[in-house]
Ligand binder design. Sequence first.
Ligand code: NAG
Ligand code: NAG
Ligand code: NAG
Ligand code: NAG
Ligand code: NAG
Ligand code: NAG
Ligand code: NAG
Ligand code: NAG
Ligand code: NAG
Ligand code: NAG
Length: 552
Amino acid sequence: MQLWQLPFTLSLLTFPWRTLADTSFSQSSDYSSGALGGGPIQTFKSSSSTPAAWNFVVPYNDSTAGQIDPGFIFMAPRGTDVKSPGALIYDKNGDLIWDGTQYGQTLLFRTATYQKDPVILLWTGAIAAYGVGSGYDLILNNKYQIVANFTADLNGTLADFHDTVITSNDTALITAYQPKTWDLSNYNIPNGWLLDSVAQEVDPSTGKASFTWIASDHVDVNSCYASPGSSGTSEDNPWDFFHINSIDKDSAGNYLISSRHCHTLYYVGPNGNVIWTIGGKNSSVTMNANTGFGWQHDARWRNNEKQISIFDNAGTSWEQDSTTSRGILLDYDAAGNSVSLSTVWLPFNQTVSESQGNVGMMDSGNTIIGWGQEPYFSEYNADGQFLYAVQFGVGDVQSYRAYSFNWTGNPTTLPSVSVETDDSSTTVYASWNGATEVVTWRLLGSTADSPQLAIPISNHSRSGFETGMTVTDTNISFTYYQVAAFNSNKKITAYSKFVASDGSSHDPAANQTIDSSSSSGSGSSSSGTLKNAIPGGLVVPVALAVLILSVH
Ligand SMILES: *[C@@H]1O[C@H](CO)[C@@H](O)[C@H](O)[C@H]1NC(C)=O
Ligand SMILES: *[C@@H]1O[C@H](CO)[C@@H](O)[C@H](O)[C@H]1NC(C)=O
Ligand SMILES: *[C@@H]1O[C@H](CO)[C@@H](O)[C@H](O)[C@H]1NC(C)=O
Ligand SMILES: *[C@@H]1O[C@H](CO)[C@@H](O)[C@H](O)[C@H]1NC(C)=O
Ligand SMILES: *[C@@H]1O[C@H](CO)[C@@H](O)[C@H](O)[C@H]1NC(C)=O
Ligand SMILES: *[C@@H]1O[C@H](CO)[C@@H](O)[C@H](O)[C@H]1NC(C)=O
Ligand SMILES: *[C@@H]1O[C@H](CO)[C@@H](O)[C@H](O)[C@H]1NC(C)=O
Ligand SMILES: *[C@@H]1O[C@H](CO)[C@@H](O)[C@H](O)[C@H]1NC(C)=O
Ligand SMILES: *[C@@H]1O[C@H](CO)[C@@H](O)[C@H](O)[C@H]1NC(C)=O
Ligand SMILES: *[C@@H]1O[C@H](CO)[C@@H](O)[C@H](O)[C@H]1NC(C)=O
């Protein structure tokens, strides 16, 4: 990959281990001032991927590095300053793991468990001008193959992107939006149109719904906070009175539905009746000090349904109700019919995020907060203490959510190779989109006379998304180069094509077969390289060295 700032090269020479500076910026004023553009990207030789480059606005240090959750970051940058919008997985250094932008711009992107397997959940489809989606939810297995493709069961209305949850029964909780005619004469709007919100539970394998909840059947459209304004006038400009943006289900079989425009969580029974509400103009649950929220996202049951986490935007594009958005964790006291504040997660630099955002609580106890419309995420330890913050754009760059998940990916594609030669040397670049298990690349060469007779040249530790390998002096004049991927068990899991510097290529040799048991993974989950590859204590001097070099 290209280094963005040459001084980093010097620091890399000084320190032989990999650092976040190799890929990402650290407290770069060039980045945060916009001098590098609204959406700085990484580029590669062996791949056309252009993922957002990160800037650690608050880097981790010796006391925080060891506390970071080992998972990979899942996010989906979009916006006019994003070169290639869509799903991306990164390690915690900001190195790309998987580029899923072939599915286009998305909002919902996370892992889940489906039919006992770890999977990726990814929405794909069209985004309407009024900010809701019409498309399909994909379930991808750990080979990145589509195992399910489903949508709403609503007479042709397709699934929206605001939420999808796979339940422990392998059903999916989804959101959908339906424009419909509505009497809006009380707002002086003739021939009015309402954008109704729908929550459904569907079976991804059959597409059939077992539960459908239509907001206007249960909530007075005039009881919320977003008046029609200039909307409500046509099917293409309907009034979004409710704005569903999350759905969860508890062990009792009831649903927790978040309405942004009603500032309310609705707890709904299987027959659709509202059992209780939290928030809004008429909360049925008593809300103790500092539990109020508005324009919120991502309401989830936590801790055996004793707590609820919420991303409290505290504002929207037309109003700010507080000085900052925040993540909150509420204790829910069912017997006392009340909620009280347990934890608050604040951004490193307090600001209101007008839209989007999430509270990504992880099994490790850590939490990632995605700041939605603001292109930042930050991580907190189990005590709620702030660990670090990353900026992934400056201009119009946003990610609906950001998560940290363990993930093992074994793609069925071949590794990708690019060969660069100049007068004095040849460098071979290798990457393999989505492969999490490569530890070492073996470089092989072949001659024009025997284009498929692979001769091992050297071994190279995998270094980030793309590893550059300089060809050492040999007495053989190689025309083609190839790489083989070794996993941690020293098994070869893939051979690339043979590639020449002019780009011409040959398939791998017929006898270069892979033992499929070696690539299927052990069932263990891979995670970020931070704890595994970088001695925790050594992060500090490097991060500081980079910091000094990059502040202008
Ligand atoms: C999902 O299914 C829909 C409907 O059949 C289809 O149009 C779409 O191309 C599918 N998506 C993918 C990624 O295969
Ligand atoms: C689908 O359309 C049928 C016929 O118009 C109607 O009876 C039914 O209620 C509709 N279902 C939903 C979920 O909208
Ligand atoms: C799973 O199915 C069982 C049996 O139908 C039901 O009791 C339970 O509530 C369901 N759980 C979820 C999360 O849907
Ligand atoms: C407030 O909610 C209660 C139920 O919790 C309901 O009985 C009452 O009518 C509501 N009041 C208003 C003004 O909507
Ligand atoms: C923090 O926020 C203030 C006010 O919005 C802004 O001027 C400043 O640049 C921000 N600092 C960083 C490091 O983003
Ligand atoms: C490490 O980072 C955390 C979070 O920003 C900060 O609170 C702490 O003071 C830092 N510690 C040192 C030694 O710099
Ligand atoms: C290359 O050839 C020279 C002369 O035959 C020999 O001395 C040298 O060891 C060879 N080097 C390699 C890497 O094979
Ligand atoms: C390359 O790595 C493989 C797997 O660990 C090993 O068997 C082989 O000897 C190594 N080759 C060199 C030249 O180090
Ligand atoms: C493939 O066949 C060639 C020529 O017989 C041999 O040199 C090479 O070692 C073989 N490679 C593998 C991976 O078996
Ligand atoms: C994630 O991976 C780490 C090891 O890297 C492991 O300790 C942890 O238990 C895993 N978490 C989950 C939820 O599987």
